[in-house]
Design a protein around this ligand. Structure first.
Ligand code: ADP
Length: 782
């Protein structure tokens, strides 16, 4: 570029030299500049960046370059300012043209930038080997969830892409200059700029940018997000795959469920079976002979009648056919079949039957399991004699659930006792019993019942192979034996009570060829646990019975033993009382009377205990004779009246006829009711006894005005040893036996004992006895 003008000034800004080789115009302002002060010659420059620049160069002695729009010239100038000791040399160049081009380029650049910024794709321009962001358009910023990218190296600006190897990829582009094109390229991006990464898919181009010399100076990134499309496509692919699976499953299910199809040409008796249908009957493809009879003879004998009858009926009526029956395979296997068919007629004549067969053996087995479980539960709860019920359960199990079913119990000594063996064939049962006696199981055996009893865990062998038999048999003899039984599948389930096995139930499938499933195992465990519960209940019950018997025995003995000394005691008391009377010692006499009364109370208690023991043992004797109830009541009233000075006991009414029974025991009942009436009404002063005849009954009621009996207690007070546990009643002594004995006696007479009362409102106890003489037998007491 040529120098258009040259001016030199001295240190006082005086122009010392001017040369204008190209631009004479430049000097058009003052005609001659030499000798003039620079600022006077060019007043327009004062205060412009040029002014500043010249002064700076003059002051520092450093050369300065400046470009600027020079107003008087109406153009762009470049000035090189070169200082020296003498002053400054100013070299002027006109650069207006260059500036215009530059501006245009800048303008274009801006346009491109704007364009890139608005592109519907994510665009970024990275500079240099560190991938410094030079441009990142809006979509790009949104994609990476960041706005402050410009000027930052890539790894620093978007660090989450480091681990994904994306910056390494860009390094490669930068080093090799090979563009990179990725289709549905996966990347984890921090879309929302909050640190959570989000999976996205991108169609991506990384294009190297080269400078004029061809050297790589950066990379242009162009990315379009296709996540929605990819996800949609993946979903479609997944669905398609699922559909394929579904189809496969259906085919498998059909094969597993084994649906067979048949078509029967009725007039010609020709039946066509599909190979699946043949498989349902255990036949090879083409193995079916194709006639009605060939089907019928494959039916299980027990189902032959029902299956053939219903099929014939369907043909005759033209209605649909639906039946469940068993078939027997050539190898003896028994399977359950569900058949259904449609009959087609022409002119009212049966023409064809078309239908399907389905193997429903599994379903039938489950139904049988449930049925077995229900029946076993019923048997187990039917009686407390568990040895019998367990044997019945074993019996129920064959042949529906097992070919063999055994129940083994652990004895108290730790040995194993076979409680029950069941098989349809009694000879086999006998054989198994003898075998068990001859070879009792070894409690330490590592498998089978002993192991189940030890561990409390089930043993389950879905399929017993000959190798297993060989491995477990103790000797040749035993091996021959187990081979003879022909085990195919076995379950041994523990009968567990509070975590310990008290016994085990074993289900063995042998000749039936059945294979036990997990469902069978669950059923077996359930039966065993119910059996265990039944055994435990029986044991608890008999323990309780034993405890009661011991108690009754003790009561009977104790009361009997007490009676004798108390009788002598009473006799001596009476003797002493009479001696005191004779001596006229009133104080002493009174004490002996009181002592006598206490002895009577004691006797009463002992009698109660004895009576209870007798009632429990069925040993309480009753007379059966005609007696006068009025007299009996009178006697009881007199006896009780003599014990109380506070209460007056009144008798109302009378009975006009004698009744049957044991007068003394009925007297005991009335005495008891009167004693209670006095005892439980300490604040009252009267007791009323009523006697009446109502229809065919004699009614005796004893009414008091005391503390009464709460509604909730009214049934229980007739139970043995029951006493109302109310704190306010602590003061009343008693054993809780009186009402029990009274009601037992009344029951034995075919009568009833009732109470009518409310708390604090007194009580009325009523005895109702039949007038008609009833032939009594032992059941009357129950
Ligand atoms: P006890 O020896 O305790 O009197 P009973 O069998 O005669 O035994 O009576 C049982 C319970 O019935 C008594 O503890 C008492 O709470 C209640 N009872 C019996 N008779 C009466 C009555 N006349 N009034 C209120 N409570 C009564």
């Amino acid at each position: 570029m040529a120098i258009y003008a040259f001016i030199a000034v001295d240190r006082d800004w005086k122009i010392t030299y001017v040369d204008t080789p190209v631009m004479p115009d430049f000097l058009r302002y003052p005609p001659s500049l030499v000798g003039m002060n620079l600022w006077e010659a060019f007043p327009d420059v004062v205060g412009t960046p040029f002014d500043e620049c010249y002064h700076e160069a003059m002051a520092t002695g450093n050369p300065v370059e400046i470009e600027g729009f020079y107003q008087p010239f109406q153009g762009w100038l470049h000035v090189h300012v070169q200082p020296s000791e003498r002053g400054l040399s100013l070299y002027f160049r006109e650069i207006s043209e260059r500036r215009q081009v530059e501006q245009k380029v800048e303008h274009e650049r801006q346009r491109l930038h704007d364009l890139l910024m608005q592109m519907p794709a994510a665009i970024a321009i990275l500079r240099g080997p560190a991938h410094i962001y030079e441009l990142a358009n809006l979509l790009y910023q949104r994609l990476v969830g960041k706005t402050d990218l410009i000027g930052k190296p890539g790894r620093e600006a978007v660090p989450e892409l480091i681990a994904q190897g994306i910056w390494d990829l860009l390094d490669t582009i930068y080093q090799t200059g090979e563009p990179l094109i990725g289709n549905e390229f996966p990347a984890q991006i921090d879309r929302n700029g909050n640190g959570t990464l989000d999976e996205g898919y991108f169609n991506f181009v990384g294009q190297p940018i080269r400078d004029e010399g061809g050297a790589i100076e950066g990379i242009l990134i162009h990315a379009v997000e296709v996540t929605a499309q990819v996800v949609a496509r993946q979903r479609i692919e997944d669905l398609a795959r699922e559909l394929d699976h579904e189809r496969e499953r259906f085919a498998l299910a059909q094969e597993a469920a084994r649906v067979g199809t048949f078509e029967w040409d009725i007039p010609n008796d020709h039946i066509t079976w599909t190979p699946q249908m043949e498989a349902l009957y255990g036949l090879p493809p083409g193995g079916f002979e194709g006639r009605y009879e060939s089907w019928a003879r494959r039916l299980h004998p027990d189902d032959f009648h029902k299956a053939t009858t219903s099929r014939q009926a369907a043909v005759a009526t033209g209605a649909g056919w639906r039946e469940e029956f068993r078939v027997v395979w050539p190898d003896g296997t028994v399977r359950w079949i569900l058949a259904s068919g449609e009959v087609f007629q022409r002119d009212g004549q049966p023409l064809r039957m078309v239908g399907i067969n389905l193997d429903i053996t599994e379903r039938k087995l489950i139904e049988e399991n449930l049925d077995f479980l229900a029946q076993a539960s019923k048997v187990l709860s039917s009686s407390l004699d568990y040895e019998t019920t367990l044997a019945q359960v074993a019996q129920l199990g064959v042949p529906r659930i097992a070919d063999w079913c055994t129940v083994d119990m652990r004895t108290e000594s730790g040995a194993i006792r076979q409680l029950a063996v069941a098989h349809v064939d009694p000879d086999k049962v006998r054989w198994a019993r003898e075998l068990n006696e001859a070879n009792p199981p070894d409690p330490d055996a590592p498998t089978g019942v002993p192991n189940v009893l030890r561990t409390g865990e089930s043993e389950y062998y879905p399929e017993i192979t000959d190798e297993m038999l060989v491995a477990t048999a103790k000797n040749e003899e035993e091996l021959a034996l187990v081979r003879k039984v022909g085990f195919s599948s076995v379950i041994v389930a523990p009968m567990r009570v509070r975590g310990t096995a008290i016994g085990a139930i074993t289900f063995v499938a042998a000749e039936s060829g059945r294979r036990y499933t997990q469902a069978d195992l669950a059923m077996a465990e359930e039966v065993a646990s119910r059996a265990a519960l039944a055994v435990e209940n029986a044991r608890l019950y008999s323990e309780a019975q034993r405890a009661i018997a011991v108690r009754d025995e003790f009561m009977s003995l104790a009361s009997h033993e007490l009676k004798t000394p108390v009788t002598s005691l009473k006799m001596y008391t009476q003797v002493l009382q009479r001696q005191a009377e004779r001596r006229g010692d009133a104080g002493m006499t009174d004490r002996f009377v009181k002592m006598d009364r206490q002895i009577d109370k004691l006797t009463g208690l002992i009698n109660d205990l004895l009576n209870v023991a007798r009632i429990e043992g069925g040993r309480l004797e009753y007379l059966d004779e005609s007696f006068d109830l009025n007299a009996v009541v009178r006697e009881a009233v007199d006896a009780v009246q003599s014990t109380t000075a506070k209460h007056t006991i009144a008798i109302q009414g009378a009975l006009d006829t004698p009744i049957w029974g044991d007068g003394e025991r009925i007297g005991q009942v009335v005495t008891n009711l009167l004693t209670n009436a006095v005892k439980y009404s300490p604040q009252a002063d009267r007791v009323i006894v009523r006697l009446a005849r109502e229809d065919e009954t004699a009614v005796i009621s004893v009414q008091d005005f005391g503390i009464g009996v709460d509604e909730a207690q009214q049934q229980k007070i007739f139970d043995q040893f029951y006493r109302v546990s109310d704190p306010s009643e602590k003061t009343y002594p008693g054993l809780g036996l009186g009402l029990y004995i009274a009601s037992e006696i009344v029951k034995r007479h075919g009568g009833m004992l009732r109470v009518q009362s409310a708390k604090d409102e007194g009580a009325t106890f009523t005895v109702i006895l039949p007038l008609i003489h009833q032939a009594r037998d032992d059941s009357a007491s129950s």
